[in-house]
Design a protein around this ligand. Sequence first.
Ligand code: BES
Ligand code: ZN
Length: 887
Amino acid sequence: MNNLISGSDCTIRRGDYTFPECQVDDVHLNIAIYDDHTRVTGTYTITPLPHTGEVSQGGEATGKITLWGDDTLRFISLTVNGKSVHADEKSLAANAITLTLSGASTVVITSDINPDANTALEGLYRSGGMYCTQCEPEGFRRIIWYPDHPDILSVFTTRIEASKSLPFLLSNGNLTDQGDLPDDRHFAVWHDPHPKPSYLFAMVAGDLELVEDHFITNDGRRVALQIYVEHGNAHLCGHAMKSLKKSMKWDEDVFGLSYDLDVFMIVAVSHFNMGAMENKGLNIFNSKYVLANTKTATDDDLDRVESIIAHEYFHNWTGNRITCRDWFQLTLKEGLTVYRDQEFTADMHSRGVKRINDVALLKAIQFPEDASPTAHPIRPETYQEINNFYTPTVYEKGAEVIRMLEHILGKVGFMKGVALYIKTHDGQAATCEDFIVAMENANQANLSQFRHWYSQAGTPKVKVSRHYDSSKNTLTIQFHQSIPENPAIHTRQELVIPICMGLVSADGKPLPLIKEGQKKGTKECVITLTEKKETHRFENVPADAVPSLMRGFSAPVQLDSDLNSDELLLLLAADKDSYGRWNAGQELMKSLILDIIKHENINDSINFNINKLSSSFIAILEEKNLDYAVKAELLKLPSQQVVEAALQLVDPLAVWSARRKLAKAIARHIWVPAQAIITRFMTDLGKCDAGQRRLLNVLIHLLVLTREEKPYQQALLMAGHKNMTISMAGLGALNQSDAAERMQAMAEFEERWKNDSLVMEKWFSLEASCPYVSTPKHCDELMRHPAFDPGNPNKLRSVISVFAALNYRMFYANDGSGYLFLAHHIAEIDARNPQIAARMVLPLTRFSRYHEDRQALMKGALIRLKTAKTLSSDLSEVIEKTLSPKR
Ligand code: BES
Ligand code: ZN
């Protein structure tokens, strides 16, 4: 994140990796916090490794090691084995001090930093009154000069000293000493016995409130569980604590992995770039993902808290005990840990709903990334700024790649592979290759072709064509895989694609699948594609049977099926797989939206089809043994992004209004049964469970679109409810309009919550996303609201990113005002917080299928941004890739 002279090439390549020449045996940090500066001294014992370095005349190994720093460090002193070393101007300017060491050496280095001036929120910074750290990926070098690479593992001892006005001094591991110092100061010493890379270092100093509990591991050890929050927030920690205990238990039960220290701490901070961070024994969280109860958070928020706590906790094994050799391997820990947190949530709640939500997110966010100028493989080949690679591709597609292994090897084989990987690499910095090799060895499998998923970008397309032979009763399915055109995609090899499939009879019953030449059939099978074109034949198939392909979304591909709308209606009504039902409904709605765009309105034939679909929805609403939450998912419209992906030339405003027209038409058709359900739930809202609240939310959103009086009144009533899920459902529904009820509900909500900083983020998001109220000017006003804080990433996202990502009507205004608004604010944010700026700019880079006039406006905004000022390396990497994609 250093500011670079533009044009200089700081590209890091995966192939350039070299093994370290030295090892760091231990690290002692002394961090002394004063009002106007913080002094940090690092004492490192470093030993050159005999097999990589050279050997000096005395017979001792020699080796080079580079200590990385940052412009924000003020160099004070450096000694090697007690002798002062002169760090020359050139190394200091380049933020790299390279030492050549002979034999075991002691390096002592001191620098001063200013946490108060740290607005990038990487390294040591202040949030509210407290001091906290964020080191992944390269924040440690903003604290002290250090060989800050993930393959350098060391044992850390940390001594923190500060004024007693900061009563809690925390770091990784176990507390080994503490005491008083003159001048009303005190100190604490922490020792972490587990060797770790510097990115997992953390420390906190603050006046905090502590919520404590404990967990007994399956081998009988007692682990203290501590959540530290700002004063006044202790009552909001119950859900987080419960989630932590559930996560610890699940990892023992399912993966056989227990926690390995005596204490597990979580600290909630209000200023945080990301969601949360898995520092060893001392997780630091965005307070939004800790502080939550049913009054302040929706059911979705509570589930998110649970899954993020789980994710960071699961990193203790997949990330910390086994870490990444270099940052190209990021998906090794993130993809695997996302897979693990997805499985956890599936086990805790509804597996079907979880899968639907994850796939919807993947298609809305990751597929567009894979089709954009910033497309990259889950294991990138090059980067300038590693912060830019914490992406939906590395995370969510990475998790899908892990999930495919589960489909290909079977659950048992897959779990054997994970166990072998952990056993083999515990305590090491590993690679994606190590993971695949463990999978192969545990299963005697050959995954050479599967490895292409790690090196190839783009969402593969799989085109399906069926042929039915009525004389033989055979069904032949041809699959044709291809990689779409995109200058950012550099290889196009055939991939291994597992297709999980079933067969449904015309009356909705599962049929056996009998592969050609086989006697017996199965209810479900996995076809593993490896060729560009493949055909598969099934015998004894009735003429009107319908194949259900890609059950559970068994591979991250765009399936182009040849099912007609009656076949899709059958799957929507009767597929055994919740995902299969959902996907059929999505396909039907998508093609209706495309029809509406094409005919610029709903004509008789489109209306006929909407009517048919709505009848299916009514049947679903009345279905007896189906979760309310699944019903809710089945009725949700496909996202704007998914519709855009189905068009060659996209007008985002036309997509937006066609989507709304369809929603409104469906709402009219299902009005009577939907009203019956809403009325029934509303007789006692307090008795509704989370599933019922999900359905209520979807129905009220739909019905408000009819502009009938009744749903407005219902939504207004809901908006004032004490349960946040119900309140947000009402507000969200009203927020689709600028009706008087909407204005009233928003004003009441603001009045009720104006002193609750986290809840006000919801209010900002609603304001910024209202398609009829929120203009760039309105957003600028929001940013002058007393509850807004421009130094807080959550607040910036709740206005600026929400406007760009959810307010299609205004962000894509034909005059380009939305783009200029975004660019203007990004310029300001980049000067303070490059990581956030580089993320917020992404909506301006997703223009490849827009009309050239619109493209020109979007590129124009980027060019203005680029020429107006010196950009951070974070932001310039994204802009350069977008404006001049490499062919
Ligand atoms: N290791 C990351 C946190 C992180 C992200 C550090 C980017 C530095 C740069 C953490 O484990 C993580 O992945 N957090 C996610 C949430 C998670 C549930 C996917 C996040 O912060 O968004
Ligand atoms: Zn993670």
